[in-house]
Design a protein around this ligand. Structure first.
Ligand code: BF8
Ligand code: SF4
Length: 655
């Protein structure tokens, strides 16, 4: 083995800013990149899903000698149970997010949250109409009350009728499939609880039954996140195109720098608002002002709505602290590495936790209160200003790397852009481009970072490969963060990386919207945080309706090249259930059962039309995704020709 190969690779990133920090650090301060190396080799039983710790007799590991757990559970039961619990963890996290927003809006209607208002009454009306409510002559508050009653019901009801947020956002064909397969969730919370019970020791041993419960839980996840997106828009506004910047270079040595990290806009929106009001206090401390910036999905939320720059994504979350110029990192829930506290210990940075159920020992804790949101936000900002005074000038070292970003593409914003070409039927602009062969389809890039692959490399490779092959790209979560940081989310990237068809399509949209858009359109269209995968799926549904088909026939795939979290497992599972070919670039922990793996890869396709593609090599992944899109375009063409020739009323339902 060469010297080079033996050297532990604790700089596994292609982000030039992250690399600079890691190179200057030389392992002095431990980061996730070091801990990944220390963690090798990782346990193969866990990796393949055949380790069971569900009861206290465990852990039971399936080996050649022991082909069943102590209770007699086969590998397929163990793998399926672990998978369902992983989906349930993801669905619970998204439910936590959605429930918090519902609660805040209910409190707002009671007059107990003076800092929150209905920012987007037009969205409220759109959501109400989609839910089947009559909006005529109703005040906003009355309408919101009715919308919230449905949201609460979708979260909690015990009866079996369809959840409104599911049946009003998917095609009729999907809803029929969901009903036929008996995977319709009663409600978000009920399904999560069911899944925990079903996977308890000695309950369900049938892997197929378990996987079906997993699909049902994934649909509960979809409902929870769709509610979160819709209510966030009502509360804070539906995103519109906005220009900003991304990567560590957004940290300004002369400002009080505050990173908001986590997921829920309830907190980050307030911090951003309070920061705008408190410039004088920062100036009194010797700073030029206050600069907010985002990490992970709450960063995506405030980028989309407020143009707040994105400082980094999941894997590199410790690194902004190591510039010596980050004064506070304010966190709420999910994807927050406990390690940020240990790194902050070496600097003046204050880690401020805000949620009663998400604390890190040794951090500052300012408990968030819906009732006193702005007051709490001001308290947080004062802690950051105090920290600014404790900076050590000699330790400040900020990589001068940042890229321009154009974000803010809610579905409404996309349709508005398409409407400049076809005001009567905006979505037809996209479906026509696929019909004519100008575009090969649409891909949703979603998901996290994961050190099992080179940080940001799989994301960037898949984006560039698909763009060169004329795929229209929408994105959410930390892959959107990669695109933003690496300069793939602006107009220059269209010139550099788009194939001729995609370039012509985007330029046609630019020309039609000249005078309306302040910036030209980007290569990758940022649709928001991970809960906003709901927006990306709404786009799929709209395309299916325009073509008069069900979603498994739409040339629309999902890809999570660096998936990491349980939320990503839940999202990937509903993408498949709702009909999408779904690439995952980090093989999940199910390969220990050929049966469960086969369901994910093949049987899912036969039953639902969607299926998983495991491919860790990003270049091969591009080929696999393109093949999935091409197969659908080809079939769609054949089925439409057949419809014309045989004069049938609808296009063949099969896939
Ligand atoms: O919800 S993409 S690492 S930040 S889980 Fe987490 Fe994954 Fe990032 Fe957002 Ni989504
Ligand atoms: Fe072992 Fe069965 Fe207990 Fe799992 S549930 S730990 S397989 S005895």
């Amino acid at each position: 083995m060469s010297e080079e190969k033996k050297k532990p690779d604790n700089k596994r990133t292609v982000d030039p800013a992250a690399l600079q920090v890691l190179e200057r650090n030389e392992g002095k301060i431990e980061t996730a990149y070091d801990r990944y190396v220390n963690m090798q080799p990782q346990c193969n039983y866990g990796r393949t899903g055949i380790c069971c710790r569900i009861c206290l007799q465990g852990p039971c590991r399936i080996t050649k000698k022991a082909s069943k757990g102590i209770c007699g559970a086969h590998s397929y039961t163990i793998v399926a149970r672990n998978l369902v619990r992983s989906i349930t963890g993801g669905a619970s996290a998204h439910a936590d997010h959605g429930r918090h927003i519902i609660y805040t809006l209910l409190e707002m209607l009671e007059g107990r949250t003076p800092d929150y208002t209905i920012e987007d009454p037009a969205k409220l009306r759109r959501v109400a109409q989609r839910l089947g409510l009559s909006v005529e002559g109703k005040e906003d508050r009355e309408l919101l009350q009715e919308v919230l009653a449905i949201a609460v019901s979708d979260f909690t009801k015990l009866s079996g009728e369809p959840c409104r947020w599911l049946e009003t956002t998917v095609t009729e064909g999907r809803m029929n499939k969901i009903t036929d397969c008996n995977i319709q969730p009663r409600s978000v919370h009920t399904t999560i609880a069911e899944s925990m019970g079903q996977t308890h020791m000695g309950v369900d041993a049938d892997p197929v039954n378990l996987v079906f419960q997993g699909l049902k839980t994934a649909l509960a996840d979809y409902i929870g996140m769709h509610i979160a997106t819709d209510l966030s828009d009502i509360l804070f506004g539906t995103p519109k195109p906005v220009t900003s910047e991304a990567n560590l270079g957004v940290i300004d040595p002369e400002m009080v720098n505050i990173a908001v990290h986590g997921h829920n806009p309830l907190l980050s929106e307030m911090v951003v608002r309070a920061a705008r009001e408190m410039k004088a206090e920062a100036e009194a401390a010797g700073a030029k002002g206050i600069k907010c910036m985002g990490i992970c999905c709450t960063g995506n939320e405030v980028l989309m709505r407020q143009g707040v720059p994105l400082v980094t994504n999941f894997l590199s979350q410790e690194l902004p602290i190591m510039t010596g110029a980050l004064d506070a990192m304010v966190v709420d829930v999910q994807c927050i590495m406990p390690a940020i506290r240990a790194v902050a210990e070496c600097y003046h940075t204050r880690i401020i936790t805000t949620m009663p159920h998400s604390k890190i020992p040794g951090s500052y804790h300012v408990e968030f209160s819906e009732e006193r949101a702005m007051e709490k936000a001001r308290e947080i900002i004062r802690l950051a200003i105090d920290a600014f005074k404790e900076r050590v000038p000699g330790r400040i070292d900020i990589p001068q790397v940042k890229n321009k970003v154009t974000a803010g593409f809610s579905l409404e914003a996309l349709l508005d852009i398409f409407a400049a070409v076809n005001p009567d039927n905006p979505i037809k602009v996209l479906t026509d481009a696929i019909d004519s062969g100008q575009l090969r389809g649409v891909v949703l890039l979603a998901g996290c970072n994961n050190l099992r692959v080179l940080h940001d490399h799989s994301h960037a490779t898949v984006i560039k490969g698909l763009a060169a092959n004329n795929v229209f790209l929408v994105s959410t979560g930390c892959v959107a963060g990669t695109a933003a940081k690496l300069g793939l989310m602006n107009a220059e990237a269209v010139e550099k990386y788009a194939g001729e068809g995609l370039k012509a399509f985007i330029n046609m949209l630019n020309e039609a919207n000249a005078g309306k858009l302040t910036e030209k359109l980007p290569l990758v269209f940022h649709m928001g945080s991970c809960v906003d995968n709901s927006r990306a799926y709404d786009l799929n549904t709209l395309m299916a309706k325009e073509w008069g088909i069900d979603t498994p026939k739409v040339p629309y795939a999902a890809s999570a090249p660096e998936a990491m979290s349980e939320k990503a497992v839940a999202i990937g599972t509903w993408c498949v259930t709702l009909g999408m070919p779904t690439h995952v670039g980090v093989t999940p922990e199910i390969t220990g059962s050929a049966l469960v793996d086969g369901i994910a890869l093949q049987i899912a396709h036969d039953v639902y039309g969607g299926y998983f593609i495991w491919e860790e090599d990003p270049e091969k992944a591009v080929e696999a995704i393109l093949a999935a899109l091409d197969e659908r375009t080809w079939k769609l063409r054949v089925h439409r020709l057949a419809k014309e020739r045989y004069e049938t009323a609808t296009i063949s339902a099969g896939w």
